[in-house]
Design a protein around this ligand. Structure first.
Ligand SMILES: Nc1ncnc2c1ncn2[C@@H]1O[C@H](COP(=O)(O)OP(=O)(O)OP(=O)(O)O)[C@@H](O)[C@H]1O
Length: 972
């Protein structure tokens, strides 16, 4: 397990990081969310049924798809067909928005549709001052309010049951209407205050209404009362299309502020209760706009005149501006250049909800009747465009909670990152392959190196063991030699001076051996010390300090370490000298690159995208450079290893050479002594023989037999002693022989060390060469990179210039077009005036001369001639092409519009005929029932038959017209 972190802790950190990441992504980061669209088809009204209207919409069962006009289909996020009850609409698409309110997400529900299509019914603000609202018919707003208060009490009681701090909620409401482009506060009786209402955009980009009453509310009943009073204050009037038609756009806003204990999310993204000791508070705020738009209407159909017509125009202007905002936000390219929010107060009020920070739902309300075919088709198209709008949704947390959350997330992710480095966490890269991080690889390499060193230490320990056993042998030999020497002291005191010398020599020899052994130990210790030192350097290089890096103080060891350090320092200095040239080159290159950056920074604002690209490239280059640096460092480490190895081997060889030298000199001394002893044995034997021979010659008289015997015995004893001594010396010689053999083995080892040393030196040379080559290559690469960077900078500067030039040209072109348009309208005006004048003149004089009034040329060539030189030189061909394209497009859409209008009129005519025919049929049927004359009844029957035939024909025509409208409408 990794240092300083238990398995459990690691797991906890990972989990915490995971949860916080989820929290972060779910709360603080803005997410793109499309505006959701629901289509609600209201049931046919009694009047429509009586008028014989047929249902022209059909919904695919189980699919959110609707078909109209035969084969025109639209798909929405939700479709609620005719019989859908109110609660299903709320639960289907609004409830989750209310839930989001408690997590700090703004929401908007926008009811759109033609007049009488069911917007007010759906929103739930169709209150009757006297009648009690049937809970079953309650619309979206009452249900949302109910849900908010229910959820508040639920979360309070759930906190209490969990032993957590009770959350604090603040709920307030606002209710305004936009009538004839005036904002009116529906919660105040004093209409004069409305003049003081201002739309204001705060520093977070949120739209706020200054001067509008904010009513704090505590429970469902009070809020409903406020809602009801406000709704009853709304401007409504009766039109042909709707008994109670809303003549204004109404916006009911519910603000929710809460202070609660922060809850984290589990692995499934579900909130988990915080631990009792971990009670961090957060502040969340959110608002819910409920927008009941006034119905779009065709004056012809609503029969509006006077004030109603003025209202209708204002409503249609607002809705048109809303349509333009929707079109701009949901443009095919997805790139919004300008959104005309400021074109109307309605769009300005809805700026938050469309393209802003809100989860928005548009409920498009339509009538299923074929008499409303054109309006229904238009509403469906309008709603279809709204689907494309993308909002940026972010939870509204107070600044400090947000920051704390972000910091917690950051800490947790850093902790998990650290853990990943330590443990070698496997991750999936972009290709989906499993990878282990670099730090882990490095750890593995170091562990392998440590193992290798351990192996070598083991080998040295074994050598040590061998030397120790040899020491034991030698000690035994020494003891036996001492014993023999004491024997000889006891038995022979006369001629044993030479033997003593031999023994002394032998002792010296043993002492020498001991010295050699201790030298070997010393070199072994040096070797160990150097290895430890090496691993300490490595550990320092990787930021780790091994546990065994503390040694007992020892003067010799320290001396050796100092020696090794000075040697390494010397080598490092050598390399540093070799590097110095290249480093200064790198530094100058780096400075060059920095200067380049400074030079380009002035253009940073204009070159954002290019800079981003370049940053990415630079990141890649940096990564590449870092990789190379790592390689270079690895090589340097290798070189250091080789060098320390070399110094170890050199020391070993030195020691072996010294010991070999000592052995050699001992051998010579020893051999000399041996030959001296052998000569003396021979001389003694010769002396004995000689005395014996003389004794035999003098046998006759002077020496007795006993005398001779004594002399012989004495000499024989002497010789026996000497032989003994000789034997001892021979044994010693054998021992010496053995030692020599060992020496030979050591010499072999030395030769091996020497060849290894040679290899290592060669390796060192190769490595130095390789490092130099690598550095040279890196230098070249850096130069090439700097060059490429400079080239890229130059290119991006050029591109920026190009963009600026193009933008300038574009501006000029726009100005040119604007000026041209102004001039054209000016000329048209003048022309009209001239024509009027000419007509007046014609009336006066009745002569053709007046018709020759000089005409002001209005063709484009003349207009262009009036432009300054510069503008003319600016791509007139392009401007002409653009102009003609605009003209063609306008022409096409005008033709299409005219055609559709004609078809709509035709459809309207058929519908009216059908309406008339239905009432005719009703009259005929009535007369038929009341008539008693057979002749009359036959006539009536025939009339009824022909009316019914006509009805079939009319129905077919209506269907055909609807199909034709859809076909033309679909054409681009
Ligand atoms: N889903 C429905 N179920 C039953 N009746 C409905 C439904 N939708 C609308 N209605 C009825 O249709 C009539 C018109 O509805 P509503 O007033 O809500 O239309 P509107 O779109 O708000 O019209 P306007 O834009 O003119 O205010 C009302 O009498 C309403 O009760």
């Amino acid at each position: 397990m990794t240092e300083g972190c238990t398995e459990r802790e690691c797991g906890d950190i990972f989990e915490a990081a995971k949860k916080l990441k989820k929290m972060e992504s779910s709360s603080s980061s803005a997410k793109d969310t499309c505006v959701q669209v629901a289509l609600r088809i209201r049931p046919q009204g009694t009047r429509e049924k009586l008028e014989g209207s047929r249902v022209c919409t059909s919904v695919l069962p189980g699919e959110p798809q609707v078909t109209i006009g035969g084969d025109r289909s639209f798909t929405y996020d939700y479709i609620f067909d005719q019989p859908t009850p109110q609660h299903a609409v709320f639960e289907g698409c609004v409830e989750r928005l209310v839930e989001g309110l408690f997590d700090g997400y703004n929401a908007t529900v926008l009811a759109y549709g033609q007049t009488g299509s069911g917007k007010t019914h759906t929103m739930g603000t169709a209150f009757d001052a006297t009648a009690h609202l049937n809970p079953h018919d309650a619309g979206v707003i009452p249900r949302a309010i109910q849900h908010v208060f229910r959820k508040i009490s639920e979360s309070k009681s759930s906190s209490l049951s969990q032993g957590l701090l009770e959350p604090i909620f603040e709920v307030s409401v606002q209710f305004v209407e936009l009538y004839n482009d005036d904002i009116l506060d529906l919660l105040t009786e004093d209409r004069a205050t409305s003049a003081l209402i201002r739309i204001h955009e705060d520093n977070r980009g949120e739209i706020v209404l200054n001067g509008v009453a904010v009513r704090p509310v505590q429970d469902l009943e009070t809020t409903m009362e406020i809602l009801k009073n406000g709704a009853l204050n709304r401007t409504v009037a009766s039109t042909n299309m709707n008994e109670q038609s809303s003549r204004s756009h109404a916006i009911f806003t519910l603000h929710l502020k809460q202070q609660r204990v922060v809850s984290s999310l589990d692995e499934n993204g579900q909130p988990t209760p915080p631990k009792p000791g971990d009670m961090e508070m957060e502040m969340l705020s959110a608002k819910f706009h409920f927008v009941d738009l006034a119905g779009s209407e065709r004056m012809k159909r609503t029969g509006a005149t006077g004030e109603r017509a003025r209202e209708g125009i204002s409503i249609n202007v607002g809705l048109l501006a809303l349509g333009n905002v929707i079109a701009a936000l949901g443009g095919a390219t997805g790139k919004v250049s300008h959104v005309p929010y400021r074109d109307s107060k309605l769009t300005r009020l809805l700026q938050d909800s469309l393209g802003g920070n809100s989860r928005t739902l548009m409920i498009a309300c339509v009538s299923p009747s074929d008499s409303d075919f054109v309006e229904t088709l238009n509403t469906m198209k309008y709603a279809n465009r709204a689907k494309e709008i993308k909002n940026k949704v972010v939870a509204n947390q107070d600044k400090s909670s947000k920051m704390i959350g972000e910091l917690r997330g950051r800490i947790a992710s850093l902790e998990s990152e650290l853990l990943e480095f330590k443990q070698g966490r496997r991750t999936l890269d972009s290709d989906g392959t499993e990878v282990v991080n670099d730090q882990y690889h490095e750890n593995v390499l170091l562990t392998a190196e440590v193992n290798q060193l351990r192996f070598r230490v083991k080998a040295l320990t074994e050598t040590n063991e061998i030397l120790r056993s040899r020491n034991v042998d030698l000690m035994a030999a020494k003891d036996s030699a001492a014993l023999q020497s004491s024997d000889s002291v006891n038995g022979n005191t006369g001629e044993d001076g030479e033997v003593d010398t031999v023994q002394k020599t032998f002792r010296k020899y043993l002492e020498e051996l001991e010295r050699t052994k201790s030298s070997l130990y010393e070199s072994q210790a040096t070797c160990d010390q150097l290895r430890k030192e090496m691993s300490r350097w490595k550990a320092q290089a990787t930021g780790r300090i091994p546990q065994d890096s503390v040694f007992s103080p020892n003067i010799t060891t320290n001396k050796l370490i100092d020696m090794a350090r000075s040697e390494i320092d010397r080598e490092r200095k050598n390399f540093a000298t070799a590097d110095a040239g290249q480093t200064s080159d790198y530094a100058s290159l780096g400075a060059g690159a920095a200067t380049e950056e400074d030079g380009t920074s002035n253009d940073a604002d204009e070159l954002d995208e290019d800079d981003l690209d370049r940053d990415e490239d630079m990141d890649e280059d940096e990564a590449e450079e870092m990789k190379k640096d790592a390689e270079c460092n690895a090589m340097q480490d290798n070189l250091n290893d080789v060098m320390s190895e070399i110094s170890i081997k050199e020391r070993l060889i030195e020691q072996l050479e010294i010991s070999e030298h000592r052995l050699q000199s001992l051998r010579v001394t020893y051999e000399r002594k041996l030959s001296e002893l052998s000569l003396r044995i021979k001389a003694t034997e010769a002396e004995r023989d000689k005395i014996l021979a003389e004794g035999a010659a003098r046998q006759t008289g002077k020496m007795s037999d006993d005398q001779a015997k004594r002399i012989r015995e004495e000499y024989e004893r002497k010789i026996a002693d000497m032989r003994k001594e000789y034997k001892k010396l021979q044994a010693l010689e054998r021992e010496h022989q053995k030692l020599q053999e060992k020496g030979e083995r050591e010499r072999q080892q030395m030769r091996q060390y020497e060849s290894e040393l040679k290899d290592l030196k060669k390796m060192k040379v190769d490595l130095v060469k390789k490092i130099n080559e690598e550095k040279k290559r890196q230098q070249q690469q850096a130069q090439a990179n700097a060059k490429a960077l400079a080239a890229r900078d130059k290119q991006s500067r050029m591109q920026a210039n190009k963009i600026r030039t193009l933008e300038m040209k574009d501006k000029q072109r726009e100005q040119f077009l604007k000026k041209t348009t102004v001039e054209v309208s000016q000329l048209r005006k003048e022309r009209a005036q001239q024509q009027a004048a000419a007509r007046a003149q014609l009336n006066k004089t009745s002569t053709a001369a007046a018709m020759r009034t000089p005409r002001v040329p209005v063709n484009r060539r003349n207009l262009r001639a009036g432009q300054p030189e510069k503008e003319l030189s600016f791509s007139p061909k392009q401007a002409k092409m653009k102009w003609s394209a605009i003209e063609k497009m306008l022409e096409r859409s005008v033709v299409k519009r005219q055609l559709v209008r004609k078809m709509e009129d035709e459809l309207e005519r058929y519908l009216q005929e059908r309406h008339k025919l239905i009432s005719d049929i009703a009259v005929l049927e009535k007369t038929f029932v009341s008539s008693s004359e057979i002749i009359d009844r036959d006539g009536l029957m025939e009339a009824l038959d022909s009316a019914k035939q006509k009805m079939i024909y009319l129905q077919e025509q209506i269907t055909e017209s609807q199909k034709a409208i859809v076909d033309v409408d679909e054409q681009v």
